[in-house]
Design a protein around this ligand. Structure first.
Ligand code: SAM
Length: 224
């Protein structure tokens, strides 16, 4: 349960140095960069690993609730770092164990993130389980809080009903606007998330469908 999970009281209380030691300034005793990309429910880490060399200027964080899976991703990143020491490869990605549906603002400041990924989230098919879905009105307001203006929410799933659910909730939220299919076709993250996650590859093998929807974080409307 969440009682065993460690949450920082606020983002500045988090031990970011431990996750990204290459981005720590020893003299100033502070991080040189903050996390700007998050992969919610990152599973086995395929997306993090593909994003790493594509976004060398960003710190990228996976959040995963399952202990064993988180440990696996940690080991995978350590191995990759050890194999790419010369070029400091894979120093910009890491994973934490946590329930992304809780305490997200404890990890990220307002407007800190530029991209949030939801790749093949658990569908929770049954009606009475829908409240457990990772996209709900309440959670969308938290995602809007941690995303900067112009930041992007990426979603992909093979479950049509879940896709429609996510689109419905995101479209009716005042701080999100859906991006066009043309936009999707030119965005490199859409291409990466379609092909790089373990779940996405499973869907590929089964020749399943992949439904994509991306949303831009809008500015907060001015009250006149
Ligand atoms: N995104 C990965 C992919 O595409 O391969 C994994 C997809 S898998 C179907 C969904 C993942 O979300 C699982 O690894 C699960 O443990 C994780 N998850 C579910 N609820 C979560 C939550 N509240 N916080 C963090 N991770 C969660």
């Amino acid at each position: 349960s969440d009682h065993q999970l460690d949450y920082p009281i606020s983002p500045d209380q988090m031990d970011w140095f431990r996750l990204y030691p290459h981005y720590y300034d020893e003299t100033k005793k502070e991080m040189t960069q903050k996390v700007t990309i998050a992969d919610i429910g990152c599973g086995f880490g395929g997306l993090l690993i593909k994003l790493s060399p594509s976004f060398p200027q960003d710190l990228i964080l996976g959040m995963e609730i399952r202990v064993q899976v988180t440990n696996y991703v940690e080991d995978r990143i350590i191995a990759l770092r050890n194999n790419h020491v010369k070029k400091n490869g894979y120093q910009n990605i890491n994973v934490i164990r946590g329930n992304a549906m809780k305490f997200l603002p404890n990890f990220f400041e307002k407007g800190q993130l530029s991209k949030l990924f939801f790749c093949f989230p658990d569908p929770h098919f049954k009606q009475r389980k829908h409240k457990a879905r990772i996209i709900t009105d309440t959670l969308l307001s938290e995602y809007a809080y941690v995303l900067k203006e112009g930041g992007i929410i990426y979603t992909i799933t093979d479950v049509k009903d879940l896709h429609e659910w996510m689109v419905k909730h995101l479209e009716s939220h005042p701080l999100f606007e859906r991006l066009s299919k043309e936009w999707e076709s030119t965005d490199k993250c859409v291409e990466i998330m379609t092909n790089s996650t373990e779940e996405g590859q499973k869907v590929e093998r089964k020749r399943g469908d992949k439904y994509i929807a991306c949303f831009k974080r809008l500015p907060i409307p001015e009250i006149i």
